[in-house]
Design a protein around this ligand. Structure first.
Ligand code: NIG
Ligand code: FE
Length: 414
């Protein structure tokens, strides 16, 4: 347990309009407040919003914003290596789907994974988690999905468990069991194999959700329905990769089977905005993948105005989004979606925590919540404006200052 900490005299402290909200629909984002103030914590919990002159650690927050740590609820950690050569192909005009059909894409990462040792995979993932922490990510999710066989998927889920023990952040794990159709199977045949392995995934791994990629190069809405049924039958959440490159009208199916989130949505059909906005299902937008893949821009402004539960995440993966920085993702979202900074921050904190069933413990500054807190080196508005700059001066995780940027160390006394 850390001794008391007082972050005193901040220019802005980002707070929800009331305590105890599991999430906020985005038409309410303007109710978040960012007034001058202070935050005190005791041990790993937020204790109050007055300066505490008796606290052992005194943090000078003059000119700074204080916000909850970012929750990155959609990444593909752990994976092996990178695919920079594909990026060069993409930017010079070869579509992702063509690269994938020629054996690149997810399959290329599956081959790299098969060749890599457990230690090498974990070392890469731990280094990325450290980079994420320095950019303010205090909770993250990771997925399997580059296994492409029953054994390799179980190996990845086992590695996710070891990763969870080897990083400071709390993590959640998703079993992305239908990512690409493995060699030797058709999509239906692979779904049979998935159905056979789900009981073991639910019983013997740390996965709390299933995931599926619905696309011309992946699986269909029928498979999505099946994955939803498997998730319900085994007490797991359903996460989905949908409407990324084409509109398959997956939203009605995902909502019918109770998906916790629908992720990507670059090609979201206009008729699906209303039903999605009315549902307790998160619209997880991935502006890093959209930017790197030159994808369509999702109807994000419309989702906000319709009152959807919007979320931002990095989609960190070696193919479509080799990005781990939530500040960068926020900057892209603000510019490309026409969102204001409060809308982007709600999507990167409380609502993202809801996706991971973590919003009672983290995602907003409330007395009693875990002290996962960022001190920024300037006002909130600078996060999107100074695109590419890392604004995180100090990151507290469970009350501990786990990242202190060297040029901001003078702010800490104690
Ligand atoms: O979220 N869309 C499918 N899956 C990943 C990309 C996987 C890859 O290219 O390695 C995504 O974009
Ligand atoms: Fe993804």
């Amino acid at each position: 347990m850390s001794p008391g900490v007082s972050i005193t005299g901040a220019a802005q402290v980002l707070r929800p309009p009331e305590d105890g909200l599991a999430f906020m629909r985005h038409d309410r984002a303007g109710e978040l407040s960012a007034e001058p103030g202070s935050v005190a914590f005791e041990g790993d919990r937020i204790a109050g919003f007055e300066p505490d002159p008796t606290a052992v650690w005194q943090i000078d927050a003059q000119g700074c914003a204080v916000i909850p740590g970012f929750v990155d609820c959609h990444t593909h950690l752990p994976f092996a290596g990178w695919r920079a050569e594909e990026y060069e192909m993409k930017v010079t005009g070869v579509p992702y789907e063509e690269i994938a059909r020629a054996g690149g894409g997810i399959r290329a990462s599956a081959r790299a994974l098969a060749r890599a040792s457990d230690d090498a995979i974990l070392a890469q993932a731990r280094a990325l988690a450290a980079e994420m922490l320095a950019h303010g990510t205090t909770t993250f999710e990771g997925k399997s999905g580059y296994g492409l066989s029953v054994e390799a998927e179980l190996r990845l889920l086992g590695l996710a468990g070891r990763l969870a023990e080897g990083v400071p952040q709390p993590t959640a794990t998703t079993a992305l069991l239908a990512h690409a159709v493995p060699d030797g199977y058709d999509a239906d045949g692979w779904m049979e194999a998935v159905a056979a392995m789900v009981p073991e995934v639910a019983r013997a791994t740390r996965a709390t959700a299933l995931d599926i990629y619905v696309e011309s190069i992946g699986f269909t809405n029928q498979h999505l329905r099946r994955m939803g049924e498997l998730a319900s039958a085994h007490g797991l959440d359903l996460r989905t990769h949908v409407e990324q490159f084409n509109s398959h009208r997956s939203i009605p199916v995902a909502l019918e089977v109770g998906a916790r989130s629908v992720d990507h949505l670059s090609c979201l059909h206009p008729d699906d905005i209303g039903p999605l906005a009315a549902a307790d299902c998160a619209a997880v937008l991935l502006p890093g993948a959209e930017f790197m893949g030159n994808e369509h821009v999702p109807p994000a402004r419309e989702l906000v105005e319709a009152g959807a539960l919007c979320v931002l995440a990095t989609d960190a993966n070696p193919g479509t989004s080799p990005i781990v920085s939530m500040p960068l993702v926020i900057g892209l979202a603000v510019r490309r979606y026409g969102w204001n900074v409060l809308e982007a921050l709600l999507a990167a904190t409380l609502n993202a925590a809801w996706v991971l069933r973590a919003s009672t413990d983290t995602g907003s500054l409330e007395v009693g919540k875990r002290a996962d807190i960022l001190l920024l080196d300037g006002p909130l508005e600078h996060i999107p404006y100074r695109l590419g700059h890392n604004p995180v001066a100090i990151a507290f995780l469970g009350g501990e200052p786990v990242w202190v940027r060297p040029d901001c160390a003078w702010r800490v006394a104690g």
